[in-house]
Design a protein around this ligand. Structure first.
Ligand code: GLU
Ligand code: ZN
Length: 496
């Protein structure tokens, strides 16, 4: 049998970092082994499942580039469509498939109807709490008589269906990541497999879905380890083939607590909005629980597929390190070609209203020169507008703190320097970085003024801020006219 794996999120929220990593590991394992990767939406929680979450999950998968062979997707018309021969891929649409299995379990006495009401069960739980017993179902309905059943039905009680767990022996499995795990069957009670509404409980639905979809490996978060024995019992009871299991350890925040909203954004699409590249996020997520023997950090997508090894995953928790992710994102942005960076930058510049796409394309050569000034420094795409606005705006915005610091320290001399250097610049024929620098250095020597006393004021006067790209390079791109008029404006604004 070929390898078939699935990512099976519940649509009760967006696609978060933990889910994305689970999806990625499934994806990489499938692609590495020429297997199939399936997306299944586990929407049997009627109360918490939403259409928005389904959309967010599908969009998140798309953003990460985790294409799947089977499952729901958003088509060109914006509607949800399904592909694959093992559908439906929404759990709620599969309920009709479970009926025969439930009937068979009931007939074979491996499951039974329980008519206990919620109130009755609550009372029993209270009692076991008082007596300090674990709150296990007391098997009250295991052997109801025909008459008892008739009476309950007459009362209008709607039964749940429970699995008959004889409590003997243990359930063992050999987890690919965690090693051998065994559970004493007596610790579990006759757990519910179908709710009174007829909706199956997760542990039952997941077994049938995985079996019917011929899933070979179940790769999921280790919060499901405790569900696995129940699931294995059900596989056995129904005579279904048990898949391999790989439980990936959880992700912690820097403080050692389970990663949650408290640590900042956890939604994959929020990372997109914050200016992360999907390649960087994927690369980062791949290392949250897995590494190569030589601790390689940066991987091309194909290289990840080639090198990913489920058997080398850590069994202990991974820590989400924002600093490392930022570094990696910077690495990926730096590795973009001029053209690629241009495309990414135009999106951000257009969003912030600094330039339209038409204008950007019309002035591509000039814009590319501007972009090259800071390409190396960008860590998040969202920083792009503020890094370049002074190059694109007619009126610069002064950072008042910088202006205060640089202009007010020695206003008399600073004014003199700005006036004189502006006059000097008139002489430059070819306004190149090299020529500007030469002129500045000559001026500094001739007048015996430290270069920093020239460079800083000119920088703030021409860009509005104390920090930025290489002074002479951006001056060259701005051009003599703009540079001189900015200095004049600064003089009248701050030195009158
Ligand atoms: N729907 C489950 C969840 O989102 C995953 C179930 C599984 O992978 O078995 O936690
Ligand atoms: Zn009962």
């Amino acid at each position: 049998m070929g390898i078939r794996v699935r990512f099976a999120p519940s649509p009760t929220g967006y696609l978060h970092i933990g889910g994305a990593r689970t999806a990625l590991y499934n994806y990489l394992f499938a692609r590495h082994n020429n297997g199939k990767f399936i997306l299944r939406i586990e929407d049997t929680d009627e109360v918490r499942s939403t259409k928005e979450s389904v959309d967010a999950i599908l969009k998140g998968m798309k953003f990460l580039g985790l294409d799947y062979d089977e499952g729901p997707f958003i088509n060109k018309k914006g509607e949800i469509e399904e592909k694959g021969n093992f559908g439906p891929y929404f759990q709620t649409q599969r309920i009709f498939l479970y009926k025969d299995f439930v009937d068979k379990l009931l007939k074979e006495g491996k499951a039974y109807k329980c008519y206990c009401t919620v109130e009755e069960l609550a009372k029993k739980r209270e009692l076991s709490n008082l007596e300090k017993r674990p709150p296990k179902y007391d098997n009250h309905c295991r052997h109801l008589t025909h008459d008892q059943i008739l009476n309950y039905e007459k009362e209008g009680r709607k039964p749940v269906i429970r699995f008959f767990n004889d409590g003997l022996g243990e359930t063992k499995f050999n987890d690919i990541i965690k090693g051998e795990i065994s559970f004493n069957n007596s610790l579990l009670d006759d757990f519910v497999i179908v709710k009174s509404s007829g909706i199956p409980i997760y542990n039952f639905a997941v077994v049938l879905d995985d079996a019917l979809m011929e899933i070979s490996h179940v790769i999921r978060g280790d919060d499901h380890v405790s569900n696995t024995p129940r699931q294995i019992m059900l596989y056995k009871a129904m005579g279904l083939k048990i898949p391999e299991f790989a439980h990936i350890p959880m992700i912690l925040g820097g403080d050692g607590a389970r990663l949650s909203k408290r640590h900042g954004a956890t939604s994959v699409l929020a990372y997109k909005d914050m200016g992360y590249l999907s390649e960087a996020l994927v690369n980062y997520l791949s290392l949250l629980g897995w590494s190569t023997s030589d601790s390689q950090q940066i991987f091309k997508f194909n290289e990840l597929i080639e090198k990913f090894d489920l058997y080398r995953c850590n069994s202990s928790a991974a820590i989400f390190d924002n600093k490392k992710l930022d570094w990696m994102n910077g690495e990926y942005i730096r590795s973009k070609t001029k053209d690629e960076f241009f495309e990414l930058a135009v999106i951000e510049l257009e969003k912030s209203g600094l330039i339209t796409r038409e204008k950007a394309i019309e002035k591509k050569a000039e814009l590319e020169k501007i972009l090259s000034l800071e390409h190396e420094k960008v860590k998040h795409l969202t920083e792009i507008p503020e890094l370049y606005d002074f190059m694109l705006l007619d009126e610069i915005n002064y950072n008042e703190k910088d202006a205060e610091k640089v202009f007010k320290k020695d206003p008399v001399n600073t004014k003199k320097i700005l006036v004189e250097i502006n006059e000097e610049m008139k002489k430059i024929g070819n306004f190149s970085a090299e020529n500007i620098e030469k002129l500045f250095r000559e001026y500094s020597e001739k007048n015996n003024i430290k270069t920093s006393l020239i460079f800083h004021p000119v920088r703030v006067a021409t860009s509005g801020r104390a920090k930025g790209p290489s002074l002479f390079h951006y001056m060259e791109i701005l051009g003599k006219e703009k540079v001189m008029s900015r200095i004049n404006k600064t003089l009248s604004k701050y030195f009158n």
